[in-house]
Design a protein around this ligand. Structure first.
Ligand SMILES: *Cc1c(COP(=O)(O)O)cnc(C)c1O
Length: 359
């Protein structure tokens, strides 16, 4: 049935609910079920479980609708990142922020070590320096905000500089999510997600995705997934989509709580710095005195869970430099907070109690 309403653009909150559903016809299921099968009857489009699964497709339609491109899902964020890096011909240069996610920096360093790519690390907030680095680049890769420094990049300016030199632009949008930032609308070629984080949102799934502006790039990524098998499991795809349905309400609440916590933590004597880019639900605090008091802090809370990862309904935090791979330019006392959905007063009391106890 056609009516004029079909032409009205829908809000992301609505798209998150309606995309990737079976048609509204009698006895169609409301949700695409978990399709556990390794093979399909021959003669159709899919044929084999490494090439496709309806549970992936439902997830991909929904995230693709939110980012405004063609979504290809992967087994994890790193699997998506590896497939995107593989688009660069051997020996090509990849420009990336020096404060990228540790796994991304390590993957680039490993490629460089084996002569498969050159990595050029930049201060992503220094747009002029990034533009200069673009001259030799095959790909410009960045996160914004960066993990865990929370630096913000000028997406439009970097896209312009990169495209002037024919470089592909890929943006890791894990922290902002498509609700706060849609890099494809700013001209980026590829958006990558660790769907493990906000998209799934319940700390029970590892999954990744790449969303592309062009069919050609999507086909190249599907080819890599089909050949090398970094495929999501059907149950993971189902759970990630179930999580994605509520991303708008989860993020709205988590962001409001993060903003309120930032306001209340301002000027606390145990803190050197509170870093917050103004949006999203990740806050990085720098504890005065470095590693020891920061390690003490993460052991003294009841609600805040000392754990890596982020984007779940439960609030977690960790001192990032406990990881040997974290950049030495990240302060020893930096604790990254992933603000969850508990009540702001409870989270605040718990955190400030632990901070006050540092003396
Ligand atoms: C966690 C994370 C990744 C890696 O994703 P996995 O799902 O753990 O493989 C990549 N980028 C960012 C910004 C992340 O936070």
């Amino acid at each position: 049935m056609h009516d004029a309403n079909d032409e009205m653009p829908l809000h992301p909150d609505t798209m998150a609910i309606i995309a990737g559903r079976p048609p509204h016809e009698p006895d169609q299921p409301m949700s695409v079920p978990v399709h556990l099968t390794s093979t399909y009857v021959a003669g159709g489009q899919v044929e084999y479980g490494r090439y496709g699964n309806p549970s992936w497709t439902a997830f991909e339609e929904t995230l693709g609708a939110l980012e405004g491109g063609h979504c290809v899902s992967f087994a994890s964020g790193m699997a998506a990142i590896a497939a995107v890096f593989d688009l660069v011909e051997p020996g090509g240069t990849i420009v990336a922020p020096r404060h990228s996610y540790t796994g991304t920096v390590a993957a680039l360093a490993e490629r460089e070590e084996h002569g498969r790519a050159k990595a050029l690390f930049v201060d992503i907030t220094d747009t002029a320096a990034v533009a200069e680095a673009c001259a030799d680049a095959a790909m410009v890769w960045f996160e914004t905000p960066t993990n865990p420094a929370l630096e913000v990049a000028d997406i439009t300016a970097i896209v312009r500089a990169a495209h002037a030199h024919g470089a592909i632009v890929a943006v890791d949008n894990t922290f902002a999510t498509p609700l706060l930032q849609r890099p494809l609308e700013h001209g980026a070629d590829i958006v990558v997600h660790s769907a493990t984080k906000y998209i799934s949102g319940h700390s029970d799934v590892l999954m990744g995705a790449a969303v592309t502006a062009s069919d050609e790039l999507a086909a190249a990524l599907v080819q890599r997934r089909s050949l090398y098998g970094a495929i999501p499991a059907p149950l993971e795809a189902f759970l990630a989509l179930r999580g994605l349905r509520t991303l708008p309400v989860r993020l709205e609440r988590a962001q409001a709580t993060a903003q309120e916590l930032v306001r209340r933590l301002d000027g606390h004597p145990a803190l050197e710095e509170v870093r917050y880019p103004g949006f999203g639900a990740i806050v990085s605090i720098v504890v005065r005195g470095g590693a020891d008091p920061a390690d003490a802090l993460v052991g003294r809370t009841r609600l805040w869970v000392h754990a890596t990862s982020l984007g779940g309904v439960e609030s977690t935090f960790e001192r990032r430099r406990r990881w040997p791979l974290e950049q030495p330019t990240i302060p020893e006392g930096l604790v990254r907070l992933s603000v969850g959905l508990e009540h702001v007063d409870d989270l605040h009391r718990d955190l400030v109690g632990a901070l006050d106890s540092l003396g």
